[in-house]
Design a protein around this ligand. Structure first.
Ligand SMILES: Cc1cc2nc3c(=O)[nH]c(=O)nc-3n(C[C@H](O)[C@H](O)[C@H](O)COP(=O)(O)O)c2cc1C
Length: 361
């Protein structure tokens, strides 16, 4: 199949429509990537990962696995059913770099490389996603890694311990279903409950991470965080999470207020996370700042880069900044063939030639 006509997430259709219309895997020649890579001690064939988001279910996982990604993250699940926010779920915004986390952006009619993201972390019932994760792990190439992103479904009267317990229960269910890696989402710019900002409360984040670690024992644990503008807060977060978390993923979408062409508020005036090209500079800078702190203080924590990655240069910039692997959401949704292109381009940059593996999936 020509890469130009590869099916992709349809932004004019609902989350449920896209859930139901996952494309079939394609036959592709996955060029092996020069170098040795691992994530939390698990060997991987390339540093290329799909972030939590584009992979709504197991069929989407298998589609992107066939398109050159080696770590596939199952979109965030919960211990109970949660509906998706109303459409639009993805609203194009300008690509120019976001310079603060409280900026206002005017929505655009055409997607270039950035959008505001508004799903609210929907989840199918646990029985459904667990059976799907189990099926997915069985179907997936054994060399590819299946991460499952989890979050708590916070109730108004819950204590922090109850929030932590719900994260832990969800993570345990994901491990029981076959997840190779667990990702706790400590940052969702699109929800107003405390789980959306846990990364800003390092001591609370520690309580959650410890509960999850205890529940999943040997399974590697990654914590996804948002934008951390200063080193004091970064160091506090690293110190609190170092004992329980194997890796930190940065950055989830950066918050902005979105306006329509007439200056009116979109999304009821609430902030939404922006993904894509507009956030790359800030994300790679954060990877580099965290990496420096990890080295200086000898934390065992690995760093996974995320946010605005779209080219081989971006991947290399993230790796040079200290990331061990790189997660991509937006650019891989716009161009589903991106993983295959990146594999070839990374080899060109690194060796000037391509090594071939011809593994089709
Ligand atoms: C369609 C879509 C859905 C997303 N859903 C989730 C989610 O369920 N959980 C999560 O942690 N992040 C979610 N994200 C955020 C991405 O994982 C990622 O952190 C963010 O988009 C920045 O990466 P990017 O610039 O490559 O898109 C979503 C992103 C997109 C585009």
């Amino acid at each position: 199949m020509s890469h130009e006509i590869l099916p992709r997430y349809e932004i004019r259709q609902s989350y449920q429509w896209n859930y139901d219309h996952a494309p079939d895997p394609i036959d592709s020649d996955q060029v092996s990537v020069v170098g040795e890579y691992q994530i939390c001690g698990l060997p991987i064939e390339s540093p290329l990962a799909v972030a939590a988001g584009p992979l709504l279910n197991g069929r989407w996982v298998l589609y992107y696995a066939s398109l050159g990604f080696d770590v596939l993250t199952y979109k965030t699940v919960r211990t109970e059913y949660r509906d998706c926010y109303p459409m639009p779920n993805l609203l194009p915004v300008p690509d120019h770099p976001l310079h603060s986390s409280s900026q206002s952006l005017t929505a655009e009619s055409q997607m270039a490389g950035s959008w505001a993201i508004s799903f609210g972390m929907p989840s199918k019932l646990p029985d459904i996603w667990q059976a799907d994760v189990e099926w997915t792990r069985r179907q997936l190439d054994p060399q590819k890694r299946l991460a499952v992103s989890v979050v708590a479904t916070v109730q108004p009267d819950w204590t922090l311990q109850e929030v932590a317990k719900d994260y832990a229960r969800c993570a345990r269910w994901a491990v029981d279903a076959g997840a190779d890696l667990i990702e706790i989402n400590l940052s969702c710019p699109n929800v107003s409950t405390c789980d959306g900002q846990l990364y800003q409360q390092p001591e609370d984040a520690r309580v959650v991470a410890e509960a999850v670690k205890e529940a999943i024992s040997e399974t590697p644990l990654l914590a996804k965080i948002g934008f951390v503008p200063d080193d004091t807060r970064a160091l506090a977060l690293l110190s609190e999470l170092a004992d329980s978390v194997d890796a930190m993923i940065m950055v989830n979408g950066i918050s902005a207020r979105i306006l329509d062409a007439e200056g009116g508020s979109c999304f009821g005036g609430e902030y939404r996370g922006v993904g894509g090209l507009a956030i790359f500079d800030r994300c790679v800078d954060q990877v580099s700042r965290f990496r420096k702190l990890v080295s200086e203080h000898q934390f065992p924590t690995e760093i996974v880069g995320c946010g605005g990655v779209a080219t081989a240069d971006d991947v290399l910039a993230m790796l040079d900044a200290g990331a061990l692997a790189v997660q991509i959401a937006t650019a891989a949704m716009i161009d589903p063939a991106l993983g295959l292109t990146l594999r070839r381009e990374l080899n060109r940059r690194r060796t000037g030639c391509e090594s071939r593996n011809n593994r089709s999936s």
